[in-house]
Design a protein around this ligand. Sequence first.
Ligand code: F6P
Ligand code: MG
Length: 278
Amino acid sequence: MIEDIVETVAATASEVREGLPGRRVYDDAENPSGEKQLAADCYADELYEQRLLALPDVKSYASEEREEIVEADAGHLHVACDPLDGSSNLKSNNAMGTILGVYEEPLPASGNALVASAYVLFGPITTMVVAHEGTVTEYVVEDGELRVVTEELTLPDDPVVYGFGGRVPDWPADFIDYANVVEQELKLRYGGAMIADVNQVLTYGGVFAYPALQSRPQGKLRLQFEGNPIAHIVETAGGASSDGNQSLLDVDPTELHQRVPVHVGNESLIERLELALD
Ligand code: F6P
Ligand code: MG
């Protein structure tokens, strides 16, 4: 059941959070996307693997921090985990957390195969946002237990904030034109952890993007672990997502660690983005 998965992630996230202070150092390893791994990334990945694969419904566990998918003997759901999204923020003690996508098809899968998605945000308090069966719920996580704070969370109609990743000189010219307009209308909020930046968009309305870069046309974020789950949450909350042309949920899945340009937020801002990038 999805409820078991959500409760397990909440309980594990609390344990992960408690284990962070001693794990701010870099391991010698790199993840499959070529990024340096912190001791905390590996610790969180192993805990989520153990806890999630122990659930009867979970057939497989895939993570941003490991090359291969790990399979259980039984189960029918396939989870994709970013154990510590924004973990480079650990050094400066800024927000970060965990992202989870629960797919009903083996990975790599389309975002349309998501049955639930969630993130746990380690801010001044720990919150969890879950999209499932057409609604988004926000919880506070206390001692590993969930308490509902907002049922049927929706994006505010009037957008207020924006946050765009990547270096401005590396943005394509058409994205720069779009950003120039957006910055006249909205207030900049960028913290360098996707879930924290998207959580601001869900709270105040606006737009988050990690766009295609000139040096990296596929952008930085990963479709299975980041793009799809966050698009599922934002779209379920009444917003929109795009890779520049189409909803992220419609992007063709080609490989487990595939990257994708990510833009999510209020529908009007995503429509304008697609026109600008046309
Ligand atoms: O998981 C990758 C990530 O940490 C995201 O959470 C975040 O949006 C992005 O990288 C930040 O990248 P940059 O340091 O280039 O702003
Ligand atoms: Mg991440």
